[in-house]
Design a protein around this ligand. Structure first.
Ligand code: A3P
Length: 307
């Protein structure tokens, strides 16, 4: 491996070279702990995370937030299509996913030069996001997914993504997820943090399962939330291009060889093929202890999707 190539900033900004770098690392070096939470050593090193405190959000930014594996990349694609259709522009997606915690400090600085409206995303817990995501009051779209399917999706992602260590086993990953000892932290801590903000007019929470059920309605609601009006034809065209099968078909073009990492099954209920009865019960108990009775739980429809 040509390390000089990997160290040059231009190449370090490139996802492919960072994946190559991670592929050469030992699994135990791929994550590090910061304030108790695990992050990717290659993508979110301390200097990148430190720099986030300077990030200046703007009121007209589109902020997309999702705990890992809840449908972030799906919504990135939907949002880009909404932005293009509503503004009549044909902006090509940048090479890098719009996750602020993946942007090296020099690239974070360049965000200031980006014309409006910017799409900024993150998997971070609200407490660890740039403060201006809240003080400047940009609109924030949050995607959630039932915890059982999120766990299954995360498990497969660990084993396919060279940036993350392989899951030692299904049972080990299951218990790490339950205790929150996975990258970006505990699903339940994220959910409880958004529960506190669920009535904030600048926050809209959408559920993966609802989007699967009725994508045109989701596209319409999201476009209205961001004040990016669409015609009915545009709504149905965007929904048609954003189904799992349509996105998989286009994935070689949109994600190159990484397509198979981001698109796996795209279904609701795959947890039934993975969880033992005891694990299912354990998750039900954790859900009861942490989330039952919350507004977010009512939106999540846990009984329907997780029983
Ligand atoms: P599965 O692993 O269950 O298939 P994220 O982008 O947050 O990492 O989420 C990835 C999950 O979203 C994966 O779930 C992926 O297949 C699913 N996904 C991606 N595009 C989708 C689409 N158009 N429709 C439904 N699910 C999609």
């Amino acid at each position: 491996m040509n390390t000089q190539k990997l160290q040059s900033p231009a190449n370090m900004n490139d996802m492919k070279s960072r994946m190559e770098k991670a592929a050469e690392m030992k699994d135990e070096d791929k994550l590090y702990r910061r304030d108790g939470i695990l992050y990717s050593t290659v993508l979110s090193p301390p200097e990148t995370m430190d720099k986030l405190k300077d990030l200046q959000a703007r009121e007209d930014d589109l902020i997309l937030v999702a705990y890992p594996k809840c449908g972030f990349n799906w919504m990135v694609a939907v949002l880009r299509k909404i932005m293009n259709a509503s503004t009549g522009k044909d902006e090509k997606p940048p090479e890098r996913p719009p996750l602020v915690e993946f942007l090296p400090p020099d690239v974070q600085e360049k965000l200031a030069e980006m014309p409006p409206r910017r799409l900024l995303g993150t998997h971070l817990h609200p407490d660890n996001m740039p403060a201006t995501f809240f003080t400047k009051k940009p609109k924030i779209l949050v995607v959630f997914r039932n915890p059982k399917d999120t766990l299954v999706s995360y498990y497969h992602f660990m084993n396919k993504n060279p940036l993350l260590p392989n899951a030692e086993s299904w049972d080990k990953f299951f218990s790490d997820f339950m205790t929150g000892d996975v990258s970006w932290g505990s699903y339940f801590d994220h959910a409880l943090a958004w529960e506190k903000r669920i009535d904030d007019p600048n926050v809209m929470i959408v559920m993966y399962e609802d989007l699967k059920q009725n994508l045109p309605e989701g596209v319409k609601k999201i476009s209205e939330f961001f004040s990016l009006p669409l015609t009915d034809e545009q709504v149905s065209s965007i929904a048609g291009q954003s189904t799992f099968s349509a996105m998989v078909e286009n994935s070689q073009k949109s994600h190159g060889n990484f397509g198979s990492i981001f698109f796996r099954k795209g279904e609701v209920g795959d947890w039934k093929n993975h969880f033992s009865d005891a694990q299912s019960k354990q998750m039900d108990e954790l859900y009861q202890a942490k989330l039952a009775g919350t507004k977010l739980a009512a939106r999540m429809n846990y009984d329907l999707y997780c029983q």
